[in-house]
Write a protein that binds this ligand. Structure first.
Ligand code: HEM
Length: 435
C-alpha cells in the first residue's frame, strides 16, 4: 500500500474511534442539563441525584474521549500536507475557532460544574451545565462546517497553487454544513437518549432505585422519540442537499446505474458492481427515488453511467452503509414509540422483555453514526474536496509507508485501550446506585 492508501486507513480508523465518544458527549450534556434544570425549578431531590449520576457518566466519556480528536488535526499536517497547503487558508479557520473558542469554553465550564456544586446557587449551577452543552454543540458546529466545506466548497478562489478565502460568510452559511449539523446533532441526541433508556432499563430489571430510573427512562424515551423523528427529517433534507451538490454520492447511495426520469425506489435490492445492475429487486415504489431525492416525482436522477468511472466512489460500500443507517433510523422511531407508550402508560415494568432489549439497543445508534460517516466520507471519494482536489493529489510526499504503518499501529493500540477504558468505566459507574 502507498502513503495515500495507508493515510486513508489511518484517518478512517482514528475518525471512527473518535466518533465513538463524540455523540454521547454531545447528547448527555443536554440530558444532564435538562435533569438539573428540573431540580433547579422544582427542588425535587431525585432530579439532583439523577443529574449527578448522568453527569458523572458524561464526564467519564468526555475525559477519556476528548484527546482522540486532536490527532486528526495533526494528521492534516503530517499525512495530508498537500491538502493542507492547498486549502489550509480556508479549512484552518473553523478548526482554529473550534479549538480556541468552543473547546476552551467547554473545558472551563466543565471545571466550574464539577467544583461548583457547593459554591454556586442551584440556578447558576444549572446554567453552567447548559453552557457546557452549548459549548459542545458549538464545537460540533465548527467541525461540521469545516467538513461541510470539504463536501461542498464555497466562498473561495484558487490563486496560483492554493485556495484562498473570499467569503467567510459563505463558509458560515454553507447549506451542506448546516444540513450536517442538524443531522449529526439529532443523531447524537438520539444516541444519548438510547443510552439513558438502556442504563435505566438495566436498573429497572435489577429493581434498584425504581422510582428514579422510571423517571430517567421516561425522559430518555421522550427525547428519543422527538430526536429520532428529527434525525429522519434532517436526513431527508441532507439527502436533498447531496442530490444537488454531490450527484455521484447520491447515485452510489442508491445504486442508480442508469439515468432515469421518475425513478422508482426498491425497498429491497442488491447492487452488483460487476454487471453494473441490481438484482433481487422487490417492493417497488413507483417514482419513489425521484420523490425522495428531489421531492419531485418527475425529477431525473442521474445514474452512475453519466460520470467518468474515475470519479465514482465504491458503490457497494456506500449503498450498504446508507441502507443500514436508514433502516436503523426507522427502527429507532419504533423502539422510542414503544418506550413512550409503555412508560407513560405505566406498564413498563410489566413488559420485562422490553427492559431486556433496551440495554442491548444502546449499541445500535453507535453503529448508525459510524455508518453515516462511511456514507459521507467514502461517498465523497475520489475527492478530498468535492470537485476541487482529488485525494490522490492530497497526501504528503515527505513520509514513507513505513512511517504511516508505525503510527497506525500506535494509534490502533492507544485508541483501542481508550475505547476499552471508556467501556469499562462507563459500565462500572453505570452499574452503581446514584449517590
Ligand atoms: C431515514 C434515516 C436517515 C437518512 C435519510 C439519513 C441520511 C444521511 C445522509 C444523506 C448522509 C450523508 C451526508 C453527506 O454526504 O454528507 C448521512 C450521514 C450521517 N448520518 Fe444519516 N440518515 C438517516 C439516519 C441516521 C441515523 C438513525 C443516524 C444515527 C443515529 C445517522 C447518523 C449519521 C451521521 C453521524 C452521518 C455523518 C455526518 C453527516 O454527514 O451528517 N443517520 N445521513
Amino acid at each position: 500500500m502507498n502513503v495515500e492508501a495507508l493515510s486513508r486507513v489511518q484517518f478512517a480508523v482514528v475518525a471512527l474511534f473518535h466518533f465513538l465518544f463524540v455523540p454521547l458527549t454531545l447528547g448527555l450534556s443536554v440530558l444532564t442539563a435538562y435533569m438539573e434544570t428540573r431540580y433547579a425549578v422544582s427542588g425535587e431531590e431525585s432530579f439532583l441525584r439523577a443529574a449527578k449520576y448522568w453527569g458523572r457518566l458524561f464526564l467519564i466519556n468526555f475525559a477519556v474521549g476528548v484527546v482522540t480528536g486532536i490527532t486528526l488535526e495533526f494528521q492534516f499536517g503530517m499525512n495530508w500536507a498537500r491538502y493542507s497547503k492547498f486549502v489550509g487558508d480556508i479549512f484552518g479557520a473553523p478548526l482554529a475557532i473550534e479549538a480556541t473558542v468552543a473547546f476552551f469554553l467547554e473545558s472551563t465550564m466543565i471545571g466550574l460544574w464539577m467544583f461548583g456544586w457547593t459554591r454556586l446557587s442551584k440556578g447558576l449551577h444549572a446554567l453552567v451545565i447548559w453552557l457546557v452543552a452549548f459549548a459542545s454543540t458549538l464545537s460540533a458546529v465548527w467541525i461540521l462546517l469545516a467538513n461541510g466545506w470539504m463536501q461542498h466548497p464555497v466562498g473561495y478562489a484558487v490563486q496560483g497553487s492554493h485556495a484562498v478565502l473570499t467569503s467567510f460568510r459563505a463558509v458560515l452559511g454553507n447549506v451542506y454544513g448546516w444540513s450536517k449539523i442538524f443531522h449529526t446533532l439529532s443523531a447524537a441526541y438520539t444516541l444519548a437518549s438510547f443510552f439513558v433508556m438502556g442504563v435505566s432499563a438495566f436498573h429497572l430489571i435489577r429493581k434498584t432505585e425504581t422510582d428514579l430510573f422510571k423517571k430517567t427512562f421516561r425522559i430518555g424515551a421522550t427525547f428519543a422519540l422527538v430526536c429520532s423523528v428529527l434525525v429522519i427529517v434532517a436526513g431527508d433534507f441532507q439527502g436533498r442537499v447531496v442530490a444537488d451538490y454531490q450527484p455521484t454520492k447520491l447515485a452510489a447511495m442508491e445504486a442508480q446505474w442508469t439515468t432515469e426520469k421518475s425513478a422508482p425506489f426498491y425497498v429491497i435490492e442488491f447492487p452488483n458492481p460487476k454487471s453494473e445492475s441490481n438484482s433481487a429487486r422487490a417492493l417497488k415504489i413507483p417514482k419513489g427515488l425521484s420523490l425522495l431525492a428531489y421531492h419531485d416525482p418527475d425529477a431525473t436522477v442521474k445514474g452512475l453511467e453519466d460520470f467518468p468511472s474515475s470519479d465514482l466512489p465504491p458503490v457497494l460500500v456506500v449503498f450498504t452503509a446508507f441502507r443500514l443507517m436508514v433502516g436503523l433510523g426507522f427502527l429507532f422511531v419504533l423502539l422510542a414509540l414503544v418506550a413512550v407508550i409503555l412508560s407513560y402508560g405505566g406498564t413498563l415494568e410489566r413488559n420485562r422483555w422490553f427492559l431486556y432489549v433496551m440495554p442491548y439497543a444502546i449499541i445500535l445508534p453507535y453503529v448508525a453514526c459510524e455508518l453515516g460517516w462511511v456514507v459521507a466520507e467514502i461517498g465523497r471519494q475520489p475527492w478530498i474536496v468535492y470537485g476541487l482536489l482529488k485525494t490522490a493529489n492530497a497526501a504528503s510526499t515527505a513520509i514513507t509507508p513505513g512511517d504511516v504503518i508505525a503510527s497506525l499501529i500506535g494509534f490502533i493500540a492507544i485508541y483501542s485501550s481508550l475505547a476499552v477504558a471508556d467501556l469499562f468505566l462507563l459500565t462500572k459507574y453505570a452499574k452503581k446506585i446514584p449517590a
